[in-house]
Design a protein around this ligand. Structure first.
Ligand code: GRF
Length: 208
């Protein structure tokens, strides 16, 4: 059984979709722990109700990012993860942290990367007049929101969308895309070569 540690900062709707898919689809994996940098993250309550180990490493207790990263790595390592999944984790992780989990740390971002990395994605998509938006699951590298792409899902941008409406449409696809990509990872069904990720069974890495 592979062990997945999930890092969150808030609501935890992606966390929920991963926990539910792992159980419903009987992945060869279990969620070993959920770790938050915010003690008030709603996702912690969900995890606790599910009987999953939870920890808080509050970034406000650390003057420097490197010290926070080191404490976070200690907490993560206590659960001996095969996979580290960022699910709405809102702190930038330093190069040393990312290197420690190279090839087994993944993230979901609510845009079609490499377009629109960073925050406030949906407003920027609408202001750019994009007709297409979506979500990306990628391996994490020290280049923020730019690691090798595992899978993407697309949605239309509608004429009367505001950022909240578009975010909701994208989030619904994240809830399908992220569990799918994680399942491939725990099933060893991904190959990463020269920055390109291939699904080794030929399953579509684009959800339309
Ligand atoms: C998601 O839109 C995710 O793509 C982004 O932050 C949001 C987290 O939502 N990184 P939730 O906490 O999973 O509900």
């Amino acid at each position: 059984m592979k062990r997945i540690v999930i890092l969150i900062s808030g609501r935890g709707s992606n966390l929920r979709s991963i926990v539910e898919a792992c159980r419903a689809e009987a992945w060869p994996a279990r969620i070993a722990a959920v770790i938050s940098n915010r003690p008030d993250a709603a996702g912690l309550d969900f995890a606790a109700r599910e009987g999953i180990a939870t920890e808080v490493v509050d970034h406000r207790g650390f003057a420097e990012r490197a010290a926070f990263d080191a404490a976070l790595a200690q907490a993560v390592d206590r659960h001996a993860p095969d996979v580290v999944a960022l699910a709405g984790f809102m702190r930038i992780l330093g190069a040393a942290f990312v290197a420690r989990y190279a090839g087994r740390i993944v993230n979901v971002h609510p845009s079609l990367l490499p377009a629109f990395p960073g925050l406030d994605t949906h407003r920027r998509v609408i202001e750019a007049g994009c007709k297409l938006a979506g979500a990306t699951v990628h391996f994490v590298t020290s280049d923020l929101d730019h690691g090798p792409i595992i899978a993407q899902a697309v949605v239309p941008v509608l004429a009367d969308d505001d950022a909240a409406a578009l975010a909701a449409r994208v989030l619904a696809r994240e809830h399908v895309l992220y569990p799918l990509a994680l399942r491939w990872l725990v099933e060893d069904a991904l190959r990463l070569e020269h920055g390109i990720v291939t699904q080794t069974r030929g399953e579509p890495q684009l959800l339309l």
